[in-house]
Design a protein around this ligand. Structure first.
Ligand code: NAI
Length: 330
């Protein structure tokens, strides 16, 4: 099969070439959009990532180019119009779990960095500044952590925090019995917000969760609490978060995802004038830590992404799509 990759980076080429045995792979740096769709000549499959926007218009163009399958090399699929794919008879597959531990551990890295300020200490010591002024943190042990969404990543995260000696509260539309057995208590969302010192988001972005963190829910949070988002930017109303940071009500913010990330994340703009004033405002707070969607980025996850994607394409060719990785069956 001929497969065209969009938004591809050096690491995509490395890992997909490593596991490729039979397919012809074409790698494009550009994201998939109404213009770049014209790069497709004779491919049967496109392989896309989190910030490729597969709108109904783009999917209609893919159909005209005879694309038979969209292979997402990620878990989230909020960027794909599944109905449009269905109506054009294009299959959509994804990699539902590549390493839940990678993302859960990254959420913990954000917590630990924000708390113990190791990023600041690193720079200070390199400059010969051995002062401890303004580096005070807090013990994670004994704190209350609220986990919103206890699927694969939320579960891994909740277990790590339990290991730190935290009281873990959870909210999910489908409680996870395994976590309840570990003394992790499911509570209504409002109770989770008002009781938690740290709130971490691990639910998908969908109409029901869009801007779950807004002026009202931020107000329900404890003063000086920490908010962590490694899930999707749209879960958070960034304007409301900036207000809560400015007033001092929100104590810390750690994000690996951002609502408008598609134009920036995964690319180097270090010599450019960044036009996104909201992101620049966020970056100006000393108690905000931003990473550019690297939660998934481990050796184990990259191997798994390539292997599962090739398996999905193989299953499609064999006419035996795996229901657990298939979003749209043609
Ligand atoms: P999952 O599907 O295993 O778990 C999602 C959980 O959210 C499920 O338990 C589900 O019941 C729950 N949920 C659904 N609607 C909800 C609602 N309204 N309120 C509360 N909970 C709700 O997904 P997984 O693998 O744990 O991934 C979670 C999210 O993490 C993905 O949707 C994706 O957006 C994000 N992600 C981020 C990555 C990164 O690199 N930063 C990498 C991979 C995923």
């Amino acid at each position: 099969m001929k497969i065209s990759f969009f938004s591809s980076k050096s690491y995509d080429r490395t890992y997909f070439n490593r596991y490729n045995t039979t397919h012809q792979l074409k790698f494009f740096d550009t994201s998939l959009n109404l213009e770049s769709v014209n790069l497709l000549t004779d491919s049967q499959a496109v392989c896309v990532f989190v910030n490729d926007r597969l709108s109904a218009e783009v999917i209609a163009q893919l159909a005209l180019k005879n694309i038979k399958i969209i292979a997402l090399r990620c878990a989230g699929f909020n960027n794909v119009d599944l109905q449009a794919a269905q109506s054009h008879g294009i299959a959509v597959v994804r990699v539902p779990a590549y390493s839940p531990h990678a993302v859960a551990e990254h959420a913990v890295a954000l917590i630990m960095t924000l708390n113990r300020k190791t990023h600041k200490a690193y720079n200070r010591v390199r400059e010969g500044n051995f002062s401890l002024e303004r580096l005070t943190g807090f013990d994670i042990f004994g704190k209350t952590v609220g986990v919103i969404g206890t699927g694969k990543i939320g579960e891994a995260f909740a277990k790590i925090m339990k290991g730190f000696g935290c009281r873990v509260l959870a909210y999910d539309v489908q409680p996870n019995a395994q976590l309840e057995a570990l003394d992790i208590k499911y509570v209504p969302l409002q109770e989770l917000f008002s009781a938690s010192d740290i709130v971490s988001l691990h639910c998908p972005l969908m109409p029901q969760t869009n801007r779950l963190i807004n002026a009202e829910t931020l107000q329900q949070m404890k003063p000086n609490a920490m908010l962590i988002n490694t899930s999707r930017g749209g879960l958070v109303d960034t304007g409301a978060v900036i207000k809560a940071l400015k007033s001092g009500h929100l104590g810390y913010l750690g994000i690996d995802v951002y609502e408008q990330e598609a134009d920036l994340f995964f690319n180097d703009f270090s010599e450019s004038i960044i036009q996104d004033d909201v992101l620049m405002r966020l970056m100006s707070f000393p108690n905000v830590l931003i990473t550019s969607h690297q939660g998934f980025f481990t050796e184990e996850a990259l191997c798994q992404i390539a292997q599962v994607t090739f398996q999905n394409l193989h299953d499609f060719e064999a006419g035996a799509l795996n229901p657990s990785t298939t979003l749209v069956k043609p």
